[in-house]
Design a protein around this ligand. Sequence first.
Ligand SMILES: NC(=O)c1ccc[n+]([C@@H]2O[C@H](COP(=O)([O-])OP(=O)(O)OC[C@H]3O[C@@H](n4cnc5c(N)ncnc54)[C@H](OP(=O)(O)O)[C@@H]3O)[C@@H](O)[C@H]2O)c1
Length: 297
Amino acid sequence: MAQSNDGPEAGGAPPGPANGPSPGRSPRRVVALVTGASSGIGEAAARRLAREKLDAMVLVARREGRLRELAASLPVPTTYVAVDLTDEGAPERIRAHVEEHHGSLTLLVNNAGASWRSTFADGGWENVRRTMAINFDAVVRLTEGLLPLLRDSAPSAIVNVASTASRVARAGAGAYSASKYALAGWSDSLHLEEHANGVHVGLVLPGFIATEGFPATELRERRLTRWIVSTPDTAAEAIVEAGLGRRPERYVPRGYGLIALTRMVSPALVRRIQRGGAVSVLTTATHPDLGEEARRP
Ligand SMILES: NC(=O)c1ccc[n+]([C@@H]2O[C@H](COP(=O)([O-])OP(=O)(O)OC[C@H]3O[C@@H](n4cnc5c(N)ncnc54)[C@H](OP(=O)(O)O)[C@@H]3O)[C@@H](O)[C@H]2O)c1
C-alpha cells in the first residue's frame, strides 16, 4: 500500500555534487528512493540520507509497519511503498507512486536483497532462481522503470548494493555470488552507458555487516573474527559517497578491496586457502536460513 508522511523540511549537511541545480534550469527537487529500507543497511541509509539536503524520500520493502514507523521518524517528508520487489507489477507501482507524490527522482538506492545458504547440489536451480529474482532481476526491472525519471532529473544517481561476494565466491553461497557478480557486471556497464546522460551509477560492495538478514553471529561470537564484522552505518556512509558523492565504487570497509584484489591477482592462492577449510566459517547463516519465524514483523 502506498502511504505518505509529511515531516518537517530536511536540514543537515550541504548536498553533494549530484544535488546542484543544472545550468539553465530552475532549482529542482531532490528526491531519494531506498529499497530494503525496513531493516539493516537500507534503514541506516535512509536515516543517513535524511541528514542530507533532500526534499523528499521514498522507502520500499515488504514490511509496511516498519516503513511507516521509519517514515514518521525521519526529518524529511517521506512516503513509502510496501511491495514485494519480485512481483510482476512492482516497478510500475513504484514509478506511479514517485510520479504522483514527488514528480521527480534524483537518487535510486537499489539495496534490497537476500541470501539462502546452500550448496548447488542441495539447493539446485530453485535456489539460484529465487536469489537472482530479488538480487538481480528486481534491481534491473526497477531501474528500467525509474531510469526515465532519473534522466529527466540529471545530474542524478543510482547506487547498487552488491557485495564482496561480487568478486570472491564462497562454498555454500554460489547462488548469492552469482546474483551479486551479475549485479556488479551490469552496474559497471550501466555506469559507462549512462555517464553521457548525467546519471551516475555507483557500486557499493559490503563485506560482513551485522544486520537482521545477515547477522554474522558465527563471526561476532569469536574474538578472532569479530573485528571483520562492520556496521550498517558504515555501509550507509558508503552509499551516500557512491550516490551524492558520485564515487564509482566503494568496498565496506575499504580493506575488503584487498581480498578482491588478491582474488584477481592470485586466484590459485585464494582457492588453495579456501579449500583448506579454515575459512568455512566465512559462509555464515543468513536470516532466511534461520527461518521466517525468526524475522521481526
Ligand atoms: N549484511 C551483510 O553482511 C551484507 C554484505 C554484503 C552485501 N549485503 C547486501 O546489502 C543489502 C541489504 O542487506 P542487509 O544486510 O541490510 O539485510 P536485511 O537486514 O535482511 O535487509 C534486507 C532488506 O531487503 C528487503 N527485501 C528483501 N526481500 C525483498 C523483497 N522480495 N521485496 C522487497 N524488499 C525485500 C527487506 O525488507 P522486507 O523483508 O520488509 O521486504 C529488508 O529491508 C542486500 O542487497 C545484501 O545482499 C549485505
